[in-house]
Every structure is written in structure tokens, then in C-alpha cells.
Write a protein that binds this ligand. Structure first.
Ligand code: ADP
Ligand code: MG
Length: 696
């Protein structure tokens, strides 16, 4: 492999390349746009476009694309070549400022949730200069926002950028009260991506994996994750080769892939990059997911990004590490003595207030058909949002609430009792893996989002809610005389912590007592996507988004529609796949095997009339009973499925899917799975968990 320093970022039109290739005045102007949010004019864009094109062609690119994130959450691209034929029959390569700034894809086939009627199919993409352009497979990809003819956001990026602007504004008001000069405040995100790798040949034989991304059937494997031998285990060679190529490709794209390891479940892995500005981090995460899918095929593997590809073992999440940074300085850094770090306390109280006040929205942001299988199943946080602060910060907050003084503990020196091993200082933050929103040293880790999700929604909500907390603080404290500022600010912090104490929970989030305790505290527990989505269009949410110009009412409603539809469509696909597989694969296999046994019984009887055939007979009975049970559940599923399709109202249909249909799907699955372990191997039509999860 080439030296990492040489390849890192080579496919990115980043600051370094810009400085090299742009006239100095243009470079400075562009930097003011990127760093300070100054508007950009066409003249500058023309110069940038030219330099970008020259660079891209040198790097082998022939096409360019406006790369965007429609409401489906994945990325979209339409490739246009640079060619521009001239009169003499030759062609030149051209790319103008206008083409850089604005594109016009036919938007009629992207979900819009009613924002755009098909007769107004025009949609526009607009260059986002804050996320660098890059080359992927000979195509210059320009990150863009996507909006309708009337300027309504039709994508995930626009509201995220709006929410970042809101945080920037409000955080600066707060920082000004602390006497700090205006600075660029951004939220930062580090997205830990979990995924599974399975062999292509098994995958191809599992229609459920191919069509739905998860196995709809499958008895638990004889060996699961109980030996805890996979987590951090030695990485098998094929997977290791995949990971190496993945790292290399990501580094070329300027994505700071940092950590890779085997995860808890067999075949499960994780990749964590170094954090970046939220907007860029999310673009990079989407690109990472795409590279994972693509590169797996080089090794005869398939990358599964679904939240729950397999029952009985852990599913995959995407931890959203989140913090705020002012000109590179982390605003959630507690320092040695958080109790006296007033600025930190103000921001901390702000996060606590934001998470408590908008807990339902945050939970909503992680809602999807796939993630419904994860949240609340003993592997991921429950569907209840709560916060974990750790011992040290927990004590600080308790002291503030109770109006006591508190001095931070000296950090304990750890002595391992072996002279040769170095002593080290114990960290003051410990870990609680069961908490959905945990403080981890100088950032929060939101653990609800699922592996397949676009993190824009979660961060857009987090940012907007945080902007609101900061605004309230600034509104109250601006105008307070300087000599009284610290006292009043501290009072404000204490009041806020007291008001939002209920959201802090340091216990075991997986325990049976927690949902009861949470209910006593008045915390929301929206267990399924159908239950979680409606809060998006509550007046409280509409007000929040409107107050910070992040989403207007029509934009919120369209997102709600799109999410509901996506849920219902996913359910419809899963139900159809389930029915098809049961009818065409599983029942025939069970019946074939039953017939074989019946023939066997008759044959033996013919030569030995009083033979003891209890084994065969009981097996035959079990098969016939099992098939009958499958048939019963299948009939019920079919009936409910058709009834659900009659329901026009998407929320009602979602309710039916979540509350009535899912239990029948579960029952049907169980009935089939129970047959898997008695039907002879050669009759079973698909690779089983034992085989898929433990490939060589
Ligand atoms: P763990 O698995 O123990 O939670 P990892 O080291 O795998 O931790 O991931 C932590 C993630 O948090 C990394 O992506 C890291 O870059 C990110 N991170 C660290 N500091 C910040 C910060 N200030 N803002 C956002 N993310 C951060
Ligand atoms: Mg983590």
C-alpha cells in the first residue's frame, strides 16, 4: 500500500488543494464562505468551478454530479459529463460556475411527502461549499442541498445546515456574555458505524436478506455471541483484507477512518472515524456506508447495514457522538474542576434541558422499521430517552441541585501491582452502555440511532433543541449587570438542572424496573415507529422548528408523511416476502419431508407390520402439526395484510402494522423456525444461521 500520508485526501478538493489551485483572492473569499458563512457570488464560483474541473480531469474524472440526500435518507447522484462538442467535431471539457452552484434534477421520483406535486416536478440542487467536493469512480461529486421549485427543503442536509446556523447564533450570544469574541460555533459528530459481513453465496440464497436486508426466518444458531469471543477478537483474513482496502479508499476520500474491530455478534464489525463538523461527518458517514457495500463485493462478501439482520444476536447501531466546538475549542470539556467551570455548566445544563424537553423528538429521529427490532431488546437502549452523566459529573450536578459545594476528586492513580507496568490516572468518566444518551468525557453519545440511518435528523433535532436552551439562557441573562452575571448564571443553571432532573438516570437501562420508574417520572416510552412518529407534528415541535427557521410547517408535515410511508412500505415488503417464502419454500419443504417420512413408515410396515415406528410417527405428527400452525398464522397474516392495505390513513396503517401485524409475523416466524430444527438438512431450502454466521 502507498504511504498513508501520500494518499490521504487525494480524491478531495479540500482546503489544501484549493489553496494550491485557486488565485489567492478567490481562495480567501471562498474560505470566508466556508468558515464564516459569507454569501458566495457567481464570479468566485466561476473561478472555483474552473479549478475544480482542471483538478478533477487530472485525477481521471470524466463526469460530475450534484450529490444530495433526498428524504429517503440515502444519497442520490445523476452523472453529467464535462464534454462540450465544438464545431470542428472535437470536444472540450467544460464546467461553469453556474453548473457548480446549481443543478436541476427531475425531482418527481423522490419522496416529497406532498411538498411537490408531480406537475411541478422541478427540484434544485445547490452547492454546499462547507462539505468538500470529491472524486468517486471517475465522477466529481459535489455535495449539495436539494429543494423544491418554491424553495422548500426536499432533503436531509438543508435543515441540518439551518440547525447548525441556529446553534452558531445562539451559542455566540451565550459566549458573548462570558466576554468571548464572536467565533464560529459548530456541532461536531463522530459516527460509529456497525455492520455485518456475510458471504455472497449464502446471501444470494436468502431472498429475505436480498429483499429486506434482514432474515425474516432463522432458528437461533447453536453458538451465538455467548462466549464473547468475537468482540475485539482477531480479525479473520478475508475481513481484514476488506478492512484494509476500505481504510485506504476512505483515506483517499479524506475520511479519517480511525478504529476498526470485531463487534459483539459473530460476523459483526465496527468502523469509527475521527469526528468532524456535523455536516461533513454525515456526508462522510454516507460515503463510508456506500464504500462498505461496494468493497465487500471484492471479497465475495456482502455488507449488511440493516439494524437487525439476525434475530437472537445483537443488531447494529450507529452511535452519534456529539459535541459543540467554538473555533476548535470543545464547549463540553469539563476541565479539571467542572464545578467552577461556569461556561461548561451552562452548556451542560443546556443539553440536559434540550434532551428532556425534546426527548420524544429525539426518540422519533431514531425510529424506523429496522430499528424497532433493536431499541428495547437487551442490546440497545430502550425506547425511553434518559441521560447518563457518570459518577463525577453526576455528583457535580447533585451538588448543584441540592445547593451544596463540591470539590472534584483528584484523579486516582491506578497501580496494577506489577512494577514493570506503568501506573496511570483513572478517568473521571465511566461508562454505562445501557444509556441512550451518555456523557463520555467531553461529548455526549446518542446511542439510539440505527446502523442504516442518516444521522441528519437526529443532529438537526439535537442542534435545534440546543439552540432553544441557549436562547433561553441568553434572553434571561443579557442585560444583567456584569457583577451579578456569575451569580445569576449559576442560579439559572441550578434551576434548569432541578427542572430537568428526571431525565438523568444512572442505573441499568436494560432492567425491567426502569420502564416503570420512567413512567413514574413522566418520561415518554414510544416503543414502535408508529408510536414515535406523531410527535413530529405536535404543536410543540412545529413551534420549535419554526422559531429557529429550521423547518416550516409544510416541511415538517412532509417529513412526517415520508417517514410514515417509508415505514408502511417497508412493512409491506417484509410481509409480502414472508408470505411468498412460506408458501413457495418453507411449506413445500416441510411437506416434502413429511411425505418422505410417511413413505418410509409405509415401506417399513410392509416388511415388518409390528415394527416400532414411534420415532417416525411422532416426527410426522410434529411436521403436520407445525405445517398446520404455519398455515394458520399465514392465513391470519394474509387477512390482516389485505385489511391494512385498505386503510388510507398512513398513521392508522402504521398503527395496524406495528400493533397487530408484527405479532402475527413473529408468530409465523416462530412456527417456521421450529420446523427448521426438525426438518432434515437436505430438505431445508435456505442456509441457516449456523452456516451464515460462521463462514470460513
Ligand atoms: P466508544 O466505542 O468507546 O464509544 P470510539 O472511540 O469507538 O468510542 O468512538 C468515539 C467517537 O467519538 C469517535 O468517532 C470520536 O472521533 C468521536 N468524538 C471524540 N470527540 C468528539 C467530539 N468532541 N465531538 C464529536 N465526536 C467526538
Ligand atoms: Mg460508542
Amino acid at each position: 500500500m502507498a504511504k498513508v500520508q501520500d494518499i490521504y485526501g487525494e480524491m478531495v478538493f479540500d482546503e489544501h488543494t484549493m489553496q494550491e489551485r485557486l488565485p489567492s483572492a478567490t481562495y480567501k473569499q471562498l474560505m470566508r464562505t466556508i468558515k464564516d458563512g459569507e454569501p458566495l457570488n457567481l464570479e468566485v464560483a466561476n473561478v472555483v468551478a474552473h479549478a475544480m474541473k482542471e483538478w478533477a480531469i487530472e485525477m481521471g474524472a470524466t463526469h460530475y454530479t450534484h450529490w444530495f440526500q433526498p428524504l429517503s435518507g440515502i444519497t442520490s447522484e445523476k452523472h453529467d459529463s464535462f464534454i462540450d462538442p465544438i464545431d470542428d467535431g472535437h470536444a472540450i471539457m467544460s464546467f461553469s460556475g453556474k453548473e457548480l452552484i446549481q443543478g436541476e434534477p427531475d425531482a418527481s421520483s423522490f419522496p416529497s411527502g406532498g411538498l411537490r406535486a408531480t406537475f411541478e416536478a422541478r427540484g434544485y440542487t445547490a452547492w454546499d461549499p462547507t462539505s468538500f467536493a470529491f472524486i468517486k469512480d471517475e465522477v466529481l461529486c459535489i455535495p449539495t442541498a436539494f429543494c423544491s421549485y418554491n424553495g422548500e427543503a426536499l432533503d436531509k442536509k438543508t435543515p441540518l445546515l439551518r440547525s447548525m446556523r441556529a446553534v452558531d447564533e445562539q451559542a455566540n450570544r451565550v459566549l458573548a456574555l462570558f466576554g468571548e469574541p464572536h467565533q464560529r460555533v459548530v456541532t461536531t459528530v463522530g459516527a460509529e458505524q456497525e455492520y455485518f459481513l456475510v458471504s455472497e453465496k449464502d446471501y444470494e440464497r436468502r431472498l429475505d436478506l436480498v429483499l429486506t436486508g434482514r432474515t425474516l426466518f432463522g432458528y437461533s444458531p447453536c453458538k451465538g455471541q455467548e462466549l464473547e469471543d468475537h468482540y475485539f477478537g482477531a480479525i479473520r483474513p478475508t475481513v481484514n483484507n476488506f478492512m484494509k482496502e476500505l481504510d485506504e479508499e476512505l483515506w483517499k476520500l479524506g475520511i479519517p477512518a480511525k478504529t476498526k474491530h470485531n463487534e459483539v455478534a459473530p460476523c459483526q464489525h465496527e468502523l469509527a472515524p475521527l469526528f468532524a463538523n456535523a455536516n461533513r461527518a454525515i456526508d462522510q458517514n454516507l460515503l463510508t456506508m456506500e464504500e462498505m457495500r461496494l468493497l465487500a463485493s471484492h471479497y465475495g462478501l456482502v455488507c449488511l447495514e440493516h439494524e437487525k439482520p439476525f434475530e437472537h444476536i445483537n443488531g447494529s447501531g450507529k452511535h452519534n457522538n456529539w459535541s459543540m466546538s467554538a473555533n476548535g475549542k470543545n464547549l463540553l470539556e469539563p476541565g479539571e474542576n467542572p464545578m467552577s467551570n461556569l461556561r461548561f455548566l451552562v452548556f451542560l445544563a443546556g443539553v440536559i434541558q434540550a434532551v428532556d424537553d425534546y426527548q420524544e423528538l429525539l426518540r422519533m429521529s431514531a425510529a424506523s422499521a429496522g430499528n424497532d427490532h433493536r431499541l428495547g431488546a437487551n442490546e440497545a437502549p430502550p425506547a425511553i430517552v434518559s441521560m447518563f452523566l457518570g459518577d463525577e459529573l453526576g455528583r457535580v450536578v447533585d451538588a448543584l441541585i441540592e445547593g451544596r459545594d463540591y470539590t472534584s476528586h483528584e484523579r486516582t492513580e491506578m497501580d496494577l501491582g506489577v512494577a514493570e507496568l506503568p501506573n496511570f490516572l483513572q478517568d473521571n468518566t465511566d461508562r454505562n452502555r445501557t444509556s441512550p444518551f451518555a456523557f463520555t468525557g467531553n461529548k455526549f453519545e446518542f446511542r439510539m440511532p440505527g446502523s442504516e440511518q442518516n444521522l441528519s435528523d437526529a443532529n438537526m433535532i439535537l442542534n435545534t433543541a440546543m439552540a432553544k436552551s441557549l436562547k433561553e439562557f441568553a434572553d434571561q441573562l443579557e442585560g444583567v449587570p456584569e457583577e451579578r452575571f456569575r451569580d445569576e448564571a449559576l442560579d439559572y443553571v441550578k434551576r434548569t438542572l432541578r427542572d430537568h432532573q428526571r431525565i438523568i438516570f444512572n442505573g441499568d437501562g436494560y432492567s425491567d424496573e426502569w420502564p416503570e420508574e420512567a413512567e413514574r417520572r413522566g418520561l415518554a416510552n414510544n416503543k414502535t415507529t408508529a408510536d414515535a412518529l406523531p410527535c413530529l407534528v405536535d404543536q410543540k415541535s412545529l413551534d420549535l422548528f419554526a422559531e429557529f427557521n429550521v423547518l416550516d410547517e409544510a416541511e415538517v408535515r412532509s417529513r412526517y408523511e415520508v417517514k410514515l410511508e417509508k415505514y408502511n412500505k417497508t412493512m409491506n415488503i417484509e410481509i409480502r416476502t414472508m408470505k411468498r417464502l412460506v408458501r413457495r419454500d418453507y411449506l413445500p419443504a416441510i411437506n416434502d419431508f413429511a411425505a418422505e417420512i410417511a413413505r418410509h413408515i409405509t415401506e417399513v410396515r410392509a416388511v415388518m407390520p409390528d415394527a416400532d415406528l414411534v420415532n417416525q410417527e411422532s416426527k410426522l405428527k410434529a411436521l403436520l402439526d407445525g405445517a398446520a400452525e404455519i398455515n394458520r398464522h399465514l392465513g391470519k397474516l394474509h387477512e390482516l395484510h389485505y385489511a391494512s392495505l385498505e386503510i388510507e390513513d398512513q398513521q392508522e396503517r402504521a398503527n395496524m402494522n406495528a400493533h397487530e401485524i408484527v405479532p402475527v409475523m413473529d408468530a409465523l416466524r416462530d412456527a417456521v423456525d421450529n420446523m427448521e430444527i426438525i426438518v432434515e438438512r437436505k430438505h431445508w431450502p435456505v442456509p441457516t444461521y449456523n452456516e451464515i454466521l460462521f463462514y470460513a
